[in-house]
Design a protein around this ligand. Structure first.
Ligand SMILES: [Zn+2]
Length: 206
């Protein structure tokens, strides 16, 4: 006689065994299980005990998403990624145009945000496409509690009056080749679209 293990009430990963469901043709018991997410699934006892099935399937989905975020987050070059990169550079890169208003003034960011994945996990869910990151308190740095997303201004202030120097023009071209788009460059350099356009297309930097 096969000794039956009482499985009712036991938890295997995300699944809690509620009741016996049936016995399959190989005489193996299948159980009704409640997943942490609220779904009920039917699973073989052996699959539960050997960790072959850990959830209703939602865990796999979640791991896929996490995996995407962590390994190759798949967001390289997107607007939120570029926003993050510009934030890091404003605070750390002495050669970056707006460093003087950020890093030079002691504006820092949450050290965890050095990794895009961490920034994304803190700020990604509230992100609105095309919005830019803003600090609530300008005296403080970039961290979750002090950051929000706001719409970008269509045209930066004094946009039409700003020209680039040759040095800045080289920087603009570098950033453009690095993946920044024209619109972001108008924001960073406070220039009109045509100035940036001419610059990246090597027509003129003036
Ligand atoms: Zn589930």
């Amino acid at each position: 006689m096969v000794c039956k293990i009482n499985m009712i009430g036991l938890k295997f990963n995300n699944l809690t065994v509620i009741s016996e469901y049936d016995t399959d043709k190989h005489n193996k018991i299948r159980y009704s299980c409640l997943c942490d997410c609220g779904k009920i699934v039917i699973v073989h006892g052996t699959n539960l005990r050997r960790n072959r099935v850990k959830s209703c399937g939602c865990l796999h989905q979640k791991q896929l998403i996490e995996g995407l975020k962590n390994k190759q987050h798949g967001l390289w070059g997107t607007k939120i990624y570029n926003t993050w990169r510009a934030m890091i550079r404003r605070c750390t890169d002495k050669n970056f145009i707006s460093y003087k208003d950020y890093g030079a003034k002691g504006i820092k960011f949450d050290p965890n945000w050095e990794k895009f994945e961490n920034f994304f996990s803190d700020m990604g869910s509230s992100y609105v496409d095309g919005y830019t990151i803003e600090r609530l308190n300008n005296l403080e740095g970039y961290f979750k509690g002090n950051c929000t997303w706001i719409p970008r201004k269509d045209q930066p202030r004094n946009a039409t009056s700003n020209k680039l120097s040759m040095k800045l023009a080289i920087e603009v071209r570098d950033l453009y080749n690095y993946g920044y788009n024209i619109f972001e460059l108008t924001q960073i350099y406070n220039c009109s679209k045509s100035v940036i356009n001419n610059c990246v297309n090597n027509i003129s930097w003036k």
